[in-house]
Write a protein that binds this ligand. Structure first.
Ligand SMILES: O=C(O)/C=C/C(=O)CC(=O)CC(=O)O
Ligand SMILES: [Ca+2]
Ligand SMILES: [Mg+2]
Length: 395
């Protein structure tokens, strides 16, 4: 039922869906269908319009439900029980899969950090002196995390043009994307508690594709010394399907060497990463293939750092890896890198060229990873169309 799909039986990603005239509920994707968990399982956690109830239950329950779903979907004798609750994917509307509590964005790719350093801080070391000692990050805006398909309105704000006497206000002229992986936290922590790297699996339920839309002109003018603010807070898009960590066992690979050895709470044995390859598409054309495996800081190190000061985790917390950029040409996860600050525009097949995004542009991110049975699983699609700026009323 699931050949040639992003969603074979090894995947079983969770989402929230509705059909015309029915309320939102939780489902899992299998092949070209969504299994309506609210109907097929006798469990109120799935008759809710978000995944949060299930997220909060923890790894034993997550594993039980997954095992039950595999049984329901593979045992021929269960067919009559399951078939009435398989809804064709092309007939459902997919919604934001969980209520986003807090949203944090890291900066874990050495190649991305060094590229941005070279462009934004010429004459200095590409990496700041703290970069190899702790995973840098910033708190983003949870309330503007939107699901795939939601259009993104070009942001307005201040920019400072080179040599100009002062800043101007208006629509961003350097609207960009950032290809990232987002981690979805299930189990909360108590005040003062921190999560050691080895306890990552007790807290993180799964992953989503994430696009951290970024207005580079607003960002360049506002970000010193407090970091990203309005240049990124207008929208962050995530995919509708949360791929469970349980589906990514075969994707675990050794992480890249780290030097110097990280400080105590950031050590992990083994240092691991995920063999996920992304595709960034602009108006239907693949312009980059960023590889996740070489991210310097691992998913578990990011979580250990996020909680190292004793700040609590909440169910629905979302933390992102930071832009995924590999070392080779064609592996960068942002246009600012792919076009080197807009100086080398991309030539598209339709004859047009792009330094940054234009109104009407459609950005799509996909990804795949090895699966338990030797095939591949996908993450579905994360897409968004750029709409023109909304003009600001005069004061
Ligand atoms: O190098 C900088 O000043 C800023 C880089 C970013 O755009 C920050 C960010 O969102 C982190 C990331 O995605 O890796
Ligand atoms: Ca980012
Ligand atoms: Mg953003």
């Amino acid at each position: 039922m699931s050949e040639d799909s992003d969603f074979p039986i090894d995947n079983l990603p969770y989402g929230v869906f509705s059909t015309p005239g029915t309320g939102r509920r939780v489902g899992v994707a299998i092949g070209r269908w969504v299994l309506d968990l609210g109907a097929v399982l006798d469990d109120p956690d799935f008759r809710t319009p978000s995944l949060n109830a299930h997220l909060s239950r923890g790894p034993e329950r997550w594993a039980q439900v997954r095992a039950r779903l595999v049984e329901l979907l593979t045992d021929e004798r269960r067919r009559p029980l399951v078939e009435p609750y398989l809804v064709p994917l092309d007939r459902v509307t997919l919604h934001l899969p969980f209520e986003v509590a807090d949203y944090v964005d890291f900066y874990a790719s050495e190649h991305h950090a060094a590229n941005l350093g070279r462009m934004l801080r010429p004459g200095q070391d590409p990496l700041p002196p703290n970069w190899r000692h702790l995973p840098l990050g910033y708190h983003g805006r949870a309330g503007t995390v939107v699901v795939s398909g939601t259009p993104v309105i070009r942001p307005c704000g201040q920019r400072m043009e080179h040599g100009a006497p002062g800043p101007v206000d208006g629509p961003s002229r350097r609207l960009d994307v950032e290809v990232e992986l987002g981690f979805v936290v299930g189990v909360p922590t108590a005040p003062g508690e921190s999560v050691p790297t080895r306890r990552f699996d007790r807290h993180v339920f799964g992953v989503v594709l994430l696009n951290d839309w970024s207005a580079r002109d607003l960002q360049a003018w506002e970000y010193v010394p407090l970091g990203p603010f309005l240049g990124k807070s207008f929208a962050t898009s995530i995919s509708p399907w949360v791929v469970p960590m349980a589906a990514l066992g075969a994707a675990r690979v050794p992480g890249p060497p780290q030097s110097p050895e990280p400080i105590g709470y950031l050590r992990e044995e083994p240092h691991w990463s995920l063999d996920i390859t992304f595709e960034l598409e602009l108006n239907g054309e693949v312009v980059s293939r960023p590889p996740f495996a070489q991210m310097y800081w691992s998913p578990a190190q990011l979580l250990a750092h996020l909680t190292a000061n004793g700040a609590t985790l909440r169910t629905g917390d979302l933390y992102a890896s930071g832009t995924v950029s590999g070392p080779n040409p064609g592996e960068a996860g942002s246009l600012i890198e792919l076009t080197w600050g807009g100086t080398r525009p991309l030539r598209l097949r339709d004859g047009s060229s792009r330094a940054f995004l234009e109104d009407g542009d459609v950005v799509t991110i996909r990804a795949s990873a090895p699966s338990a049975s030797g095939g591949r699983i996908g993450f579905g699609e994360l897409t968004g169309t750029v709409l023109p700026a909304v003009s600001r009323p005069e004061r």
